[in-house]
Design a protein around this ligand. Structure first.
Ligand SMILES: NC(=O)c1ccc[n+]([C@@H]2O[C@H](COP(=O)([O-])OP(=O)(O)OC[C@H]3O[C@@H](n4cnc5c(N)ncnc54)[C@H](OP(=O)(O)O)[C@@H]3O)[C@@H](O)[C@H]2O)c1
Length: 272
């Protein structure tokens, strides 16, 4: 039987590295670690290969999810070398540290967490077979409740196309630029809005891919001790990798579609 092929973005460190490690321990699985820096990726690849189940191949390929050329090169390589991507784990993410806040910073954060993730997903979608899985590493910081203005919140909740989410993100960035974001009912969390857009994008995509039996699930890994949290999280990156890995390979195929479009934390569905 051909191995299951799983691509993990941002796999060189933190939760992504631990997701790659867990998936590599799953029998008959081919792991593709996507990393922005090949050098950092190579060290991580060696670690994952050392812990992999017998016979599992662990590959590495450069991918900067904000660089359209890098995405195109990755997709072309995947088509030629992998032929299909059964599981895509969109783990790569970014947050500014400290008090950084501004329109450019918001644009950059949304560019990685929402636009970059959506662009990678759409570039790889032709390679995802019917019955495949897309797992987005979202965040509880991006729940609908962070938007206090009811009309704005409803626009997010009702968004049924990526373009509507793009527009909402543009509105957020413009409001920051004009110094009106609080007045308009936006939160002061650039990361929160970027993950809210990603969380809702997961629901939009789940709806679109329902006819093909492709599961799209979003996960909050919990507050983990990684570079992103300046190693201040309350649990390990390995613990944070548990639910994404469970959704990626452990949930039986017969149950997968009942989880599509849902938001998970600690292997349990949560309201989004
Ligand atoms: N840690 C937490 O408490 C927590 C909580 C909720 C959600 N999350 C989410 O969990 C995911 C993993 O985060 P983490 O905690 O493991 O943080 P991390 O250690 O900082 O890892 C982030 C990963 O994303 C990669 N990345 C960032 N920008 C990228 C880009 N443009 N292209 C490709 N890769 C890029 C990083 O690559 P480089 O090494 O090259 O920078 C790194 O591999 C993120 O989506 C994050 O938002 C984390």
């Amino acid at each position: 039987m051909a191995p299951l092929t799983a691509v993990i973005t941002g796999a060189n460190q933190g939760i992504g590295l631990e997701i790659a490690r867990k998936l590599a321990q799953h029998a008959n699985t081919r792991i593709v670690m996507a990393a922005r820096s090949e050098e950092k990726g190579r060290t991580a690849q060696a670690q994952v290969q050392a812990d992999a189940a017998a016979g599992n191949e662990v590959l590495l390929h450069q991918l900067d999810i904000t660089d359209s050329g890098s995405i195109a090169r990755f997709a072309e390589w995947a088509e030629q070398e992998l032929h299909m991507v059964d599981v895509l784990v969109n783990n790569a993410g970014f947050a500014f540290k400290g008090n950084a806040f501004g329109a450019e910073e918001a644009q950059q954060t949304i560019g990685v967490n929402f636009r970059g993730t959506a662009n990678v997903t759409e570039a790889l979608l032709p390679l995802i077979p019917d019955g495949g899985r897309i797992i987005n590493v979202g965040s509880s910081a991006g729940k609908l409740s962070i938007v206090k203005d009811t009309a704005l919140r409803e626009r997010f909740e009702r968004a049924a196309r990526r373009e509507e989410l793009e527009k909402l993100c543009d509105n957020f960035v413009d409001a920051i630029r004009l110094g009106k974001h609080s007045q308009e009912g936006w939160p002061s969390s650039m990361y929160g809005i970027s993950k809210l857009a990603l969380n809702q994008y997961g629901r939009v995509l789940a709806q679109q891919l329902q006819p093909r039996g492709i599961m799209v699930a979003t996960v909050c890994p919990g507050y983990c001790s990684t570079s992103m949290s300046s190693f201040g999280g309350s649990q390990s990156a390995e613990a944070g990798a548990d639910t994404p890995a469970w959704l990626a390979v452990e949930v039986p195929a017969a149950e997968a579609m009942s989880k599509s479009g849902r938001f998970f934390r600690d292997r349990k569905e949560e309201p989004f």
